[in-house]
Write a protein that binds this ligand. Structure first.
Ligand code: F6P
Length: 363
């Protein structure tokens, strides 16, 4: 493998707290330890498609450790293999991978650090096949990347969601209401499970366990008979009724994963009102879960991930994704994780503990 002198770094897919901490770790370690040149690619793969690449100096990455979002920008609708271009009134999907490789080569990039989720990793896997050396760093508030037990961003999102659930708790008590709180997570219930347990939610609904509306109503009416005058339901956006469909908010055709889930809380609140007669309200936490300053845990994880990514590159590795597995920092081939999701096993110890303390999963 040729010597590495110049690297590119990009953040792709939905943002999450801790992206800047990774950018900082990679850039500072590259400048400090290896005297490399570092180039930031704007808006994920879109910046490589449109050739928007700028050099990063020490000052560019100072004071960003605690900053939410990403100083490079991101895009979750720029898949080089399926790039949407407008031709008159029509939108055409074309493959621009060759253009991306040309731009990276013209900028003299010897390697790319791609910080992203499964969509970004599948993009990186294609670039590797085209001869570009890439190392992946996993991010997502969903914590659903295959082969990685903990992604940065997740801890902050759990904290935010749990804090919101605590606030919902007090108003639920005052009004003796059932409150359905929808959290993100796509097809994986990690965020709902952790935020639900952390907030003591009475019912937690996750995509991995389709719910039975009659069972939910029985739990709620039972609670009100026992003089528990309010109930909190922490519901994943990907939850669905047994035999039913997930609630889809939007389709974004240009995105590697075009389905945007959302709306289950409103549907479920209406169903609960009807079947139990209880006063019920719905709240969707939405993108607030992706915002804000990363928790100290996420800052630390992001720093360790960023440093490990650089060490992998400098040791001559390519096509590897940095992961947290078996209680430590590790790496696995990007190809093995691209386009795959890590779901909650239904015998997961946290689920078992929640059931033991009386939490219902609506089943
Ligand atoms: O994957 C992260 C995530 O925040 C999911 O939890 C959510 O379903 C999705 O992204 C929302 O994406 P967008 O930013 O396109 O609304």
């Amino acid at each position: 493998m040729p010597a590495i002198r110049r690297i590119g770094i990009l953040t792709g897919g939905g943002d999450c707290p801790g992206l800047n901490a990774v950018i900082r770790a990679v850039t500072k370690a590259a400048l400090n330890q290896y005297k490399l040149e570092v180039f930031g690619i704007e808006d994920g793969f879109l910046g490589l498609i449109q050739n928007r690449i700028r050099q990063l100096a020490w000052g560019d990455v100072s004071n960003i450790l605690t900053l939410g979002g990403t100083i490079l920008g991101t895009s979750n609708a720029a898949n080089p293999k399926k790039y949407a271009v407008k031709r008159g009134a029509k939108t055409e999907i074309i493959d621009v991978t060759d253009r991306v490789v040309e731009h990276a080569q013209a900028a003299g990039l010897d390697a790319l650090v791609c910080i992203g989720g499964d969509g970004t990793m599948s993009g990186a896997a294609d670039l590797i096949k085209h001869g570009l050396n890439c190392i992946g760093v996993p991010k997502t508030i969903d914590n659903d990347l295959e082969g990685c037990e903990r992604t940065f961003g997740f801890d902050t999102a759990v904290n935010t969601a749990a804090e919101c659930l605590d606030k919902i708790h007090s108003t639920a008590m005052s009004h003796h209401r059932v409150m359905v709180v929808e959290v993100m997570g796509r097809n994986a219930g990690w965020l709902a499970l952790h935020a639900g347990v952390a907030s003591g939610s009475d019912i937690i609904l996750i995509p991995e366990i389709p719910y039975d509306l009659d069972k939910i109503c029985a739990v709620l009416t039972d609670r009100s008979r026992q003089d528990k005058r309010f109930s909190i339901i922490c519901c994943s956006e990907g939850a669905s009724q047994k035999g039913g469909e997930k609630v889809v908010a939007q389709r974004i055709e240009s995105s590697p994963d075009p389905i945007r889930l959302g709306g289950i809380a409103i549907k479920l609140a209406a169903d609960i009102s009807q079947c139990s007669g209880l006063d019920t309200r719905a709240t969707a936490l939405g993108h607030i879960q992706r915002g804000g300053s990363p928790t100290p845990f996420d800052r630390v994880l992001a720093t360790v991930f960023g440093h490990h990514a650089l060490e992998l590159l400098m040791s001559g590795a390519s096509g590897q994704l940095v992961v947290w597995s078996g209680g430590g920092i590790n790496h696995t081939p990007i190809e093995k994780v691209a386009n795959r999701q890590r779901l909650v096993p239904i015998d997961h110890p946290l689920l078992t503990a929640a059931r033991a303390v009386g939490t219902s999963f609506g089943d």
